[in-house]
Design a protein around this ligand. Sequence first.
Ligand SMILES: Cc1cc2nc3c(=O)[nH]c(=O)nc-3n(C[C@H](O)[C@H](O)[C@H](O)COP(=O)(O)O)c2cc1C
Length: 339
Amino acid sequence: MAKLFTPYTIRGVEFKNRIVMAPMCMYSSHHLDGMVEDWHKIHYATRAVGQVGLIIVEATAVQPEGRISDRDLGIWSDDHVEGLSEIVRLMKQHGAKTGIQLAHAGRKATVDEDIYAPSAVRFNEQYKTPVEMSLTDIRETVEAFKDAAVRAKKAGFDVIEIHAAHGYLINQFLSPLANKRKDAYGGPSENRYRILREVIDSVRSVWNGPLFVRISAEDYQDGGMTTTHYIEMVNWMKTQGVDLIDVSSGAVVPAKIDAYPGYQVPFADQIRKESGIATGAVGLITTGLQAEEILKNERADVVLLARELLRNPYWAYTAAKELGVAIEPPKQYDRGWVF
Ligand SMILES: Cc1cc2nc3c(=O)[nH]c(=O)nc-3n(C[C@H](O)[C@H](O)[C@H](O)COP(=O)(O)O)c2cc1C
């Protein structure tokens, strides 16, 4: 049996296979309200019909000022729970497990009001200069992640992922390239990690289910974070009860990335081997054989696909055929399997 189609269990939650849909912003909420729309219902349910084992819903803002765009999904208010429950219900109907990525964009927010970051340094000329967060701002943001976790639980999600990658708020604190603070949240790695430590502890205080953290394991710039630097932080995450590291890279500062098929897999592999924590590999994974190589060689525990699942929501069927595995379609589609 191809490993891609073997179940995977974390904290008693079983994914029917090791195919994970990576979080992808749809920018499809109505202007400013952060609500689930028909688009989200169709988009996510389709991937569940496509037999994806775990679907992680896009970066969902824990505070309105933390939106990447004014059309992001939101989870900053109790009003968001109903719509999110509806997409969870639709995905579960088709046997998928469901996750949500809790996010704050920090200095990469593109909202009209003030934006906030560890330091008042803008990402580049296209972005606003952020306000340096006060200790009260930090406390409120940590609290917002906790409140969002409570809402995610109410909505029925199986997995929570904390977005600490791609140069968004938490990543900005972790990397010395974006964090120039002189207080307890800047400087040495324990300090730069402090906000993530607090976010994980506050989420864990209300959430017993599987907890993922997405990191950017490489900053691609001198003086920035590398996978080796992240091992120390990942070991802290592990002691705090994080179950899986979703290993991406880049975007904390403008830098050139030489992307090729599977280019981030070595980072997931190194973290898995050196920290003994489960990892997810992501980035230009597009074929069943490629996914199988990663899993068989124990370079990661699950594979995450993003763009390939936009092109082909039924990728799991394609990969199963490629690997000679029979998977069950929904009964409505049985005749598609009779030749
Ligand atoms: C349309 C789109 C939206 C994305 N939104 C998010 C997001 O909300 N959160 C995140 O962590 N990554 C986001 N990403 C990055 C993907 O999750 C993934 O890491 C990246 O596309 C590389 O994987 P791929 O080569 O399989 O596409 C997005 C990517 C795309 C194409």
